[in-house]
Design a protein around this ligand. Sequence first.
Ligand code: TA6
Length: 321
Amino acid sequence: MSEINTLKQKFSIPGIVTIEPGNGGLTRIAVTTRDAEAHIYLHGAHVTHYRPAGGKDVLFMSGKSLFQAGKAIRGGVPMIFPWFGAKAGDSAAPMHGFARTSAWELTDARQSPDGSVSITLELASSEATRKSWPFEFALRYVVTVGTTLDLSLETRNLSAGPITFEEAFHTYLTVGDVRTARVEGLAGRDFLDKTDGAKRKTQPPGPIAITGETDRVYLHTTDMVSVTDTALARRLIVDKRGSRTTVLWNPWIAKAKAMADFGDDEWPAMVCIETANAAEDAVTLPPGQTHKMAASIIAKTGAKGDRPGTNQWEMSGGAKQ
Ligand code: TA6
């Protein structure tokens, strides 16, 4: 029996969750609830689509993305682990780690009483991962599809000693026009400016306008970030827990042209707000311990939205990691 049929038998929920061949024939989980729909590929545990009921697509997907083994999908929410960007001291290692090009295992699909659907995918260390990262680990990624898109990644250290890793939900948000969008929630934070030799700078007060290639790693920030998109008359909010880094990226014109899997004219339609632990915020985890990073992606149409620069989990009384 095919992989898809086996998975369908075990995990499908009639009318809510199905498993199907997606782009490039890659196995895709399709979730449809009264509140939203989403697509998640086993390849890279990659969320490629999330649309709240009655709303517009929240995640940007490049029309030129590849869908093939060994290649990252361009758009949606690439899963970045265990290093961010280039691997220090190993130019042959894949950018952004191996998690986004690995085959993850679907291990659970369930609907909650509130109607949201949680999909669990797992990835464990293997001969393949040890080649570039000689440590034992287990990842558990829970994607919850409802009125918000909630992502939760647990990393368990199965090694005899501590492990140090970087991680990110490299989230591509759809905007009507990045040139008129404004990003809030990062004022006063230090960042590494990757368009300027990774120089350390401090974000001035006020909303951020994107006026050129922008590639900034904001450090030691646990705050919610919002993108006010006047072109689509909505605010997209990325709230988070267990993350101390936020990355802001738009390739702009030249970089867009330089990416074969990204349309030359696609850069105005996206901005990445990445929930991460990277650079100085890399995580060091003792043996046997587990670290959790979570994000909540919220689309508010026309509303004033939440006050940026705070953490909704805290405001709702949730524990802060
Ligand atoms: O998160 C921003 C960034 O690190 C940029 O420097 C750019 O490289 C982007 O990620 C995309 O990386 P990728 O390997 O997916 O082409």
